[in-house]
Write a protein that binds this ligand. Structure first.
Ligand code: SF4
Length: 65
C-alpha cells in the first residue's frame, strides 16, 4: 500500500491529518506532507483508508501492492 497526493486538488484543510497524523502533516503554508508513504501498522493502514475516503477534495489515492 502506498499513499499519493494530488497536490493540484489538495487545499490543506487537514482532514486527513486529523484522522492519521502519523502519515499526514500540514505545514504552516498549508502544504501536505506524507510522512510515511508505506505505513506497516494495520491500525495506521485502516486510518489511512479512512482519510482517503474522508478527503473532501478526493486528493488522496491508494496504490495497492
Ligand atoms: S483531506 Fe484531502 S484536501 Fe484535506 S489536507 Fe488531506 S489530502 Fe488535502
Amino acid at each position: 500500500m502506498k499513499v499519493t497526493v494530488d497536490r493540484t486538488l489538495c487545499d490543506g484543510n487537514g482532514v486527513c491529518m486529523g484522522i492519521a497524523p502519523e502519515v499526514f502533516d500540514i505545514d504552516d503554508d498549508l502544504n501536505l506532507h506524507v510522512l510515511d508513504e508505506i505505513p506497516n501498522d494495520p491500525d495506521v493502514h485502516a486510518r489511512v483508508r479512512q482519510s482517503i475516503t474522508s478527503c473532501p477534495l478526493l486528493a488522496l489515492t491508494l496504490v495497492e501492492g
